[in-house]
Design a protein. Structure first.
Lengths: 119, 119
DNA sequence: CTAATACTTAAGTTATAACTTCACTAACCT
DNA sequence: AGGTTAGTGAAGTTATAACTTAAGTATTAG
C-alpha cells in the first residue's frame, strides 16, 4: 500500500504537480534513482541491482517518480527502460528560483504586473 | 517523536544538507510555511493562526525547516520571528539545475574536464 | 504580584510510507 | 514445450512522520 502524496484522511485535496515532485524527491532512495538515471537510462532490474531492496520496491518507487513527471519509461518486450524527464525538473527549478530570495520574488511580481497591465 | 530525516534504523548515515532540504520540503505544511514566510516574516503564533493545527505542531515543523537551512529565526523576548533563509534555496536551485537536463549535465562535466586538464 | 501570552518539552496516538513476501503474467531462450 | 528472466499486483508488516494533549518556562501586561 504505497501511494501518492496523502498525509491524513483529511480534506483530501488532489495533490498538485509541485506536491508530487517534492513528495517524490523527499525520499533518498528516489533521489538515488534520479541520480542513476541522470548518468544513463536503465531498466528496473539494473536499478534494483544497485539498491539494497527488492525489485518490487524499486518498481513502487518508479511509479511515484513517474507520477511526479520526473521519470519517464517505455517498455520494449519485457524490459522497462527508465529515463529522467526534463519536465519535472523545470517545475522544480522554477519553484526554487521563485523562492530563492524574498526581495527578488517581490521584484518579479512587480515585473509581471508591469508586463501585463491588464488581463 | 519527530525528527530529522531517518527512514529505517538501517545504515544510519547522517543526512546531508540536500537530504534535509528535500525532506523538509516534502511536506505540504512546511511548504505552506515557506510560502507564508516568503511574503513576510512571521512569529510562530502568526504562522499557526493560518494553519489547521496546534502551535506545538507548527513549532515542530519550524524546527525541521531550520535544521534544513531554509528558515532562520530569532527570538526577541518571548516572540520568535521566522524568516526564509536564502542559503537552503541556493542549494536546492543548484541541485535542480544540475539535474534539469541529462545532456546538459554531461556537457558540463565534459567542460570541467577541458577546463582543468590535470589535477 | 498575578494573569495572560508566547512559546517549549515530553510523551502518547494514529495513519501511512517504505518496505516485504508470495503469486502471477509476459517475453525470451534452448 | 519447459525454464528462466523481467516485471506487475495484492496483501501484510513495521518504523516513523505528523499530529495531539498536558505540563512546563519565560516574558509582558495589568
Amino acid at each position: 500500500m504505497r501511494g501518492a502524496p496523502k498525509k491524513k484522511a483529511k480534506a483530501e485535496k488532489p495533490p498538485s504537480e509541485i506536491d508530487r515532485i517534492f513528495y517524490a524527491l523527499g525520499d533518498p532512495t528516489r533521489r538515488a534513482i534520479v541520480e542513476m538515471l541522470s548518468e544513463e537510462s536503465l531498466s528496473v532490474s539494473q536499478l534494483a541491482a544497485h539498491l539494497p531492496m527488492t525489485l518490487t520496491a524499486v518498481g513502487q518507487h518508479l511509479q511515484i517518480l513517474e507520477d511526479s513527471g520526473l521519470v519517464r519509461s517505455d517498455k520494449a518486450g519485457r524490459i522497462r527502460t527508465c529515463h529522467v524527464a526534463t519536465a519535472g525538473f523545470a517545475v522544480l527549478e522554477q519553484w526554487a528560483r521563485e523562492h530563492r530570495n524574498v526581495w527578488e520574488r517581490r521584484l518579479d511580481r512587480l515585473g509581471d504586473l508591469l508586463d501585463q497591465p491588464e488581463k
